[in-house]
Design a protein around this ligand. Sequence first.
Ligand code: MF3
Ligand code: CO
Length: 239
Amino acid sequence: MRKAGQITGGALVCAGKNIAEGMSTYDLDRIIHDYITSHGARPSFLHYSGYPASACISVNDTVIHGIPSKTERLKKGDIVSVDVGAYIDGYHGDSAKTFRVGEVSEAADRLMRSTEESLYEAIKTAEIGMRIGDLSAVIQKYNESRGFSVVRQYVGHGVGRELHEDPEVPNFGKAGHGPRLIAGMVIAIEPMINQGSPEVKVLSDGWTVKTVDGGLSAHFEHTVAITPSGVVILTQPEE
Ligand code: MF3
Ligand code: CO
């Protein structure tokens, strides 16, 4: 799974290097697609339940599952969540990151930092014997104490031979509850955090998830392995 994770993480690095004002989200998806396939992997999301692209690209008030489009162009000040998966040698990697297009507002910056930091706080908490609810509670507290809200309708998940496996990994919940983390488990931890209300809606395309109040949303995700010698962030790109 390290190999799938490294290609997934590398695709996000590649996305970050290419994001520019004026570019279409379709072109960004092509770049990600080419990165994944040229590294010998298959984009995990392409045709998954009929999903039409290799990446989910979710701008500003789009929370997740934004479908790349030739007519949607990135503007200065946008925040862009890019979610990618790569499948190779029988296993998936899954990772997401919210990027800035040029300089963003102070409010957007705070939301992004809180979301990313909460992911790393949860990763720090993950060890054999802890429970999923311990991770959920860390993410919820971290973001709510900074005035942000946690999306309830979508959650993290196990990853492996399938993109989505048990257990569910919610971004809200109670410490001491839920399944225990055991050696060999691989999970995708993925806080989806809103600036305003936690409510979301799905557009008529059947995919695009937006905030109901039009506020910004950020999304960071890593695939992590629980091992006896500690947590390995499989989708962390190696320098
Ligand atoms: N990365 C998403 C997740 O974590 C999956 C995207 S849905 C897809 O569950 F259909 F586009 F694959
Ligand atoms: Co995921």
